[in-house]
Design a protein around this ligand. Structure first.
Ligand SMILES: [Zn+2]
Length: 146
């Protein structure tokens, strides 16, 4: 039996997070980010009613994978501005890879990199505020929030 490499549990950053259970080497493929591909606006509208938890991953084509619909535990990945994991798009699928060696107990992060079309209202800004605490924190999970 393969050892479980990750588990979802309470995070100090936001809600639940995904944590390493085993040592992970840089470059390892960890999990597929599953969910329904939709527009970010649709995902945002849906998640507003979901007590502020963001389960969304931005694709390079401006669409979003909504991990709250048909998603797996990858949806618990929190955003950080200096993440230890990255998402690699392969066709229309997304896989999470480690960017660095990760120790058991470390929380796994990706950069959501959400690209917002249209005006960014204060409401949207607030919903996607980042509190990762990195020295280079953009204060936002959005790619184009400035
Ligand atoms: Zn941040």
């Amino acid at each position: 039996m393969r050892l479980r490499r990750m588990t979802a549990r309470r995070s100090s950053v936001h809600g639940k997070g995904l944590f390493a259970l085993q040592p992970i080497a840089a470059g390892d493929r960890l999990i597929e980010y599953k969910g329904k591909v939709t527009s970010w606006r649709r995902a945002a509208a849906r998640q507003r009613s979901d007590v502020g938890h963001t389960f969304a991953f931005g694709l390079s084509n401006g669409r979003v994978i909504d991990g709250s619909r048909g998603g797996n535990s990858a949806r618990f990945l929190n955003h950080a501005c200096s993440p230890n994991c990255e998402a690699i798009e392969v066709g229309d699928r997304v896989f999470i890879h480690a960017l660095a060696a990760i120790k058991p107990g470390d929380e796994l992060f990706i950069d959501y990199g959400l690209a917002v079309d249209g005006e960014i209202t204060d409401d949207i800004r607030a919903q996607y505020a980042c509190r990762c605490g990195a020295s280079n924190c953009r204060r936002s999970m959005l790619r184009n929030a400035e």
